[in-house]
Design a protein around this ligand. Structure first.
Ligand code: GRF
Length: 208
């Protein structure tokens, strides 16, 4: 299984994936930002990197096509979005449907999009967490595979929630990636399967 990880920033999830020694191999790390710290993490582990800046392309289609060409050149079987901060075109997503995962810092379907920690605090949620899902054309709406939750404390802030949710992410994302690498997790006819059975609801990891 040849894996590409798409990043835009710090790359702590990339680091967790590297450290997990997956059955698959991370072939390349692609960033839309040349100064993403994630690129340094890849270089330190001798993983190939590519920078494709969205600013060099006139529209989303041509930017996505450049990324697609790089993924083809790397002969990728699995695309992992790990803090990749660009919205993907339906055309790009359809080419990688069933082979592309994302992690989102909320218990989807709550709080698609940005500022998830602030929105969970504003609502007064007692539970918050993260979700790994297959990527489909609609933002953060592909089928959820796994979730992990924390209890929100009275003293939690955006900063503390971000840090606590990140810890969950570093645990569940490598686990889900490994399921994909071993064939336990598959996508067939627009539906996620786990151990050959249709996945009816996201797998819940123990609460922390
Ligand atoms: C994570 O919170 C992830 O859920 C979101 O972007 C953030 C990436 O963090 N999609 P990092 O770059 O992996 O540290």
């Amino acid at each position: 299984m040849r894996i590409a990880v798409l990043v835009s920033g710090n790359g702590s999830n990339l680091q967790a994936l590297i450290d997990a020694n997956l059955s698959g191999q991370i072939i390349g790390v692609l960033s839309n930002k040349a100064d993403a710290y994630a690129l340094q993490r890849a270089e330190e582990t001798n993983i190939a990197t590519a920078v494709i800046s969205h600013k060099d392309y006139p529209n989303r289609e041509s930017f996505d096509d450049a990324m697609h060409q790089q993924l083809l050149a790397w002969q990728v079987d699995l695309v992992i979005l790990a803090g990749f901060m660009r919205i993907l075109t339906p055309s790009f997503v359809s080419k990688w449907q069933g082979k592309m995962l994302n992690i989102h810092p909320s218990l989807l379907p709550c709080y698609k999009g940005v500022n998830t920690h602030q929105r969970a605090l504003n609502t007064g949620d007692r539970l918050h967490g993260c979700t790994v899902h297959f990527v489909t054309a609609e933002l953060d709406a592909g089928q959820s595979i796994a979730q992990s939750a924390i209890q929100v404390g009275l003293h939690d802030s955006v900063t503390s929630l971000a840090q606590r949710v990140h810890e969950l992410e570093h645990f569940i994302y490598p686990q889900v990636a490994q399921w994909f690498c071993t064939g336990q997790l598959t996508w067939q006819n627009g539906q996620a399967y786990f151990n050959q059975k249709p996945l009816e609801r996201p797998i819940q990891f123990a609460q922390f």
